[in-house]
Design a protein around this ligand. Structure first.
Ligand code: PMV
Length: 347
């Protein structure tokens, strides 16, 4: 190919699952369908510089996080490049410099794999597009999501917004195991500008990597039941997202969060990823909801931090509640205000 050198940049957001992906088959194929809100403020910004090299029998790259060399990330990138090589055959023709930064503090307990892997996949696609300038936009997005999935499953849900479904489901038109698709139905006004305030309960390193976590679902006594339940929850949340039924939304989302943790508590080896403060916060949210009747709920990732989800209409009351009652349970009083976003952007 003619292309000698250059650089491309993307910013890509994190996302928070409403119906969780937990368990996969070979080739990064999810055991069940998941759906997530794309976030707006928590994102990764990545610049990928490339220059043609002589020998093309191995990958060659350097990686920097916040201007600091991070050779310890190389094995992850190497694995990613190996997985995507057959789909983007030019990878060995170039030396790459990857410069990346996150808008959220590292060691915040917020996973950067979804935003990081999607940003990198988009950069790779931009280089492919330089080779094929007439590539259609929908092909670009689909393939970016396909490649991102091979980096980190949930990363395939970070390309577009605002709601993204990943995993084949008979009731979601166009859904696929291979890439995320925008939720293909009109979403109720109640979910416009939906808030996600992330309470940082424990900023430590993840106790269980998601790779280990997904593998715990192999031979898990409740796995098959869980996968069926997720498929049913997708059917339910599909109609909730269209009708705006917040009461039903809360039931599905909180149950999904607790089920994810229940799967970890009932695997072998078993893990408790919640901290005492996680439970304090959950109980406070339940008390507040009973008292005020406001439709505020929580969800969790595979960690101790709590995502507080609530409609735009009750922002002032919920933020006041968070500041007066929940911040006390956050590590160093730290929380991040985010909301539903619209996907990645080329810079
Ligand atoms: O994308 P992974 O392999 O890091 O898995 C993410 C799993 C959860 O965040 C716990 C759930 C989800 O659907 O995002």
């Amino acid at each position: 190919s003619e292309l000698q050198d250059g650089s491309v940049s993307w910013q890509s957001p994190s996302n928070i699952a409403l119906v969780k992906y937990w368990g996969k088959k070979d080739g990064q194929i999810p055991a069940n369908t998941s759906v997530s809100f794309t976030l707006n403020n928590c994102k990764t910004i990545t610049e990928l510089s490339f220059s043609k090299k002589e020998n093309n029998n191995q990958f060659s790259f350097e990686i920097f996080l916040d201007y600091e060399a991070k050779p310890e990330f190389s094995p992850k990138i190497e694995t990613f490049f190996k997985r995507i090589e057959s789909y983007v055959p030019f990878l060995k023709d170039y030396h790459f410099i990857i410069k990346t930064e996150n808008t959220f503090p590292h060691s915040s307990g917020i996973a950067s794999s979804a935003s990081g892997m999607s940003a990198l996949a988009l950069c790779v696609m931009s280089i492919e597009k330089l080779h094929h300038p007439d590539m259609p936009e929908d092909y670009f997005n689909k393939k970016a999501s396909f490649l991102a999935r091979l980096g980190s499953g949930s990363a395939c849900r970070s390309i577009e917004g605002d709601l993204v479904v990943w995993g084949t489901h008979p009731e979601i038109e166009g859904s696929s195991d291979l890439f995320g698709v925008k939720f293909p139905y009109a979403v109720h006004q109640n979910f416009k500008n939906y808030n996600d305030t992330i309470l940082l309960v424990d900023k430590g390193e993840k106790q269980v990597s998601s790779t280990v976590g997904h593998n715990l679902m192999h031979n898990h006594p409740f796995a098959l039941k869980r996968f069926d339940q997720a498929q049913e929850n997708i059917t339910k949340i599909k109609s909730v997202l269209q009708s705006g039924d917040l009461e039903e939304f809360i039931k599905i989302v909180e149950s999904e969060a607790l089920t994810l943790h229940a799967m970890m508590m009932t695997s072998l080896p078993y893990f408790i990823l919640m901290k005492p403060n996680t439970l304090q916060i959950i109980n406070k949210i339940w008390e507040f909801r009973t008292k005020t009747k406001l439709p505020v709920c929580f969800t969790l990732d595979a960690g101790a931090n709590v995502h507080v989800l609530y409609p735009e209409a009750c922002t002032d009351q919920v933020l006041e509640f968070i500041k007066t009652e929940l911040v006390a349970y956050c590590q160093n009083g730290h929380y991040i205000c985010d909301k539903i976003g619209f996907g990645a952007k080329k810079l």
